[in-house]
Design a protein around this ligand. Structure first.
Ligand code: FAD
Length: 472
């Protein structure tokens, strides 16, 4: 009897724990459950959903090379997963189900329901740790709590890491053809938005592997100096691939080990800085399990729930549309909407601008990002937003408010990034591009004056935060 492998955000054939384990035991049938209404209810938009669909299609082809059929089912809600999978197991005569864990609350609950349903039928079901090195709960503080601060988490991560945890899982052998044939991956129905720039993001494992190789060959060693410069392609742009598992963190780590004399946290400064970002990724995965309130739209720091966020539709729209009058913020928002991706430095700048300068609830920004990001991933997105809003784990202290103009001068000194996304400002000097002077030039460029004054907005945010009673 075959084993069912339920693929989700682990869309790869290589180094896939569930697939590898199942294939070691016998023949495998893969299944993908498309749950569009629920994913949309979670806030994912066309960029991510389109990339996902293309990723499943690419994987189906890769699996076909190993005679592993991929079955495809549509469900409307996670609640339908247990019955759908049980029916499939019966249909193909499967003796077991394997999958890799996903950690946000709804996904966790869905999986627990599936496990319970299979248990009730006396069928084997195995949930594997795959997306991260340590299952949540395996890495705790001396007091037995989840880490809520990154640096000690990262130290513990490096300390406890073993070569076994980083070892690439075996690729399944080509299996004898089964009597079950693959089902074509249905096209994605028309969604509210159209995908922004799908050609920039070829889907699949091969595309991810090529990107990783190019990054390590040409940019990895310069990552530390270049990672904060949005005009330079200095980061890996692997986030969409990691978010959907077209690439694994183990593959990333192994590639670094090979480049860096077998080290992850010493040796080349660029490569080790990059590994640190992979540890951030894992940190936020642990946070969603350790502190599930963050999955219920709640602040990590509970006292910040009382913050008097402003209702200001006009300001929110200006932020979404890139018309705040702060060029670095506006160029960044246009990068997001036009490409489905935004540079990390700018995610911090724009998120802080929304939550501090405009004093608008981080949850609105979080949702807008998720709708547009091709790498939209709950844990990292929520973690990033709560960091910027000073409501989160390692949050930026509320009084450290980025000055967008200074950030712009520092990280886009020539205004090159600004010019790319706000071409109407190209005629200004590089210096003026950070803060265009009022007057004719601005009118000609059809560019708005700043919608808030930095100093006044900063004072307003400080007052709002000072009014909170700390629960520390
Ligand atoms: P690189 O610099 O090459 O980093 C390598 C990988 O490490 C990334 O691909 C990503 O998987 C991981 N990583 C890097 N930085 C972080 C971080 N701060 N937190 C968690 N993981 C990280 N990342 C997402 O993957 N999905 C999101 O939805 C998301 N939303 C964010 C929202 C805000 C407000 C902020 C401040 C950050 C967010 N990030 C998110 C984290 C980070 O901005 C992106 O992962 C990064 O910009 C992706 O580009 P890259 O692949 O070139 O990263």
């Amino acid at each position: 009897a075959p084993r069912l492998v339920w693929l989700r955000s682990d869309l790869r054939l290589h180094d896939n724990t569930a697939l590898s384990e199942a294939a070691r035991q016998g023949p495998v049938v893969a299944v993908f459950l498309r749950c569009l209404p629920q994913w949309q209810a979670h806030g994912h938009g066309a960029n991510k959903l389109d990339f996902l669909n293309r990723g499943v299609t690419a994987l189906a082809e890769d699996l076909a090379g190993y005679n592993i059929p991929l079955l495809h089912r549509e469900i409307d809600h996670f609640d339908a997963a247990p019955a759908t999978l049980l029916a499939l197991a019966e249909e193909v005569g499967a003796c077991a189900l394997h999958f890799n864990r996903e950690y946000p609350l709804d996904e966790w609950r869905r999986d627990e329901a599936v496990i319970a349903a299979f248990d009730r039928q006396g069928l084997t079901v195995k949930a594997h740790t795959d997306a991260i090195a340590f299952a949540p709960g395996e890495l705790l503080t001396g007091q037995g709590d989840y880490y809520s601060v990154f640096t000690p988490f990262a130290k513990a991560w490096h300390r406890a890491l073993t070569s076994e945890r980083l070892a690439l899982r075996d690729t399944p052998a080509v299996q004898a053809p089964l009597e079950i044939s693959s089902e074509p991956v249905p096209e994605l129905p028309a969604l509210e938005d159209t995908p922004a720039a799908p050609e920039r993001w070829p889907a699949g494992e091969q595309a991810a592997a090529d990107r990783l190789e190019r990054f390590l060959r040409f940019r990895g060693r310069h990552y530390k100096e270049q990672r904060d410069l949005p005009a330079v392609a200095g980061t890996s742009e692997l986030s969409p691939y990691l978010a959907l598992g077209m690439l694994s963190f183990r593959q990333c780590c192994q590639a670094v080990l090979a480049e860096n004399d077998g080290h992850l946290n010493e040796g080349d400064a660029g490569l080790t800085a990059w590994v640190n970002e992979l540890v951030w990724r894992e940190f936020y995965q642990h946070i969603v399990i350790g502190f599930p309130r963050v999955c219920r739209h709640r602040a990590f720091q509970q006292h910040t729930e009382a913050l008097a966020w402003r209702d200001d539709e006009a300001a929110f729209t200006a932020w979404c549309e890139g018309r705040t009058g702060y060029p670095i913020v506006d160029a960044a928002m246009r990068q997001l909407v036009e490409t489905g991706w935004m540079h990390n430095r700018l995610r911090m700048v724009t998120a802080m601008f929304l939550t501090k300068h405009l004093l608008i609830d981080w949850r609105r920004g979080e949702a807008f990002f998720l709708r547009h990001l091709i790498d939209g991933e709950f844990a990292a997105n929520n973690g990033g937003w709560q960091w910027a809003a000073s409501t989160g784990t390692d949050a930026a202290p509320y009084f450290r408010i980025f000055n967008p103009t200074t950030q712009s001068q520092r990280f886009d000194p020539e205004g090159t990034f600004i010019k790319t996304y706000l071409p109407s400002l190209a005629t200004l000097s590089a210096k003026q591009r950070h803060a265009p002077p009022a007057g004719d030039l601005l009118d000609q460029a059809d560019y708005p004056a700043p919608i808030v004054d930095h100093k006044a907005a900063r004072a307003r945010a400080l007052d709002a935060f000072k009014a909170l009673k700390s629960d520390a």
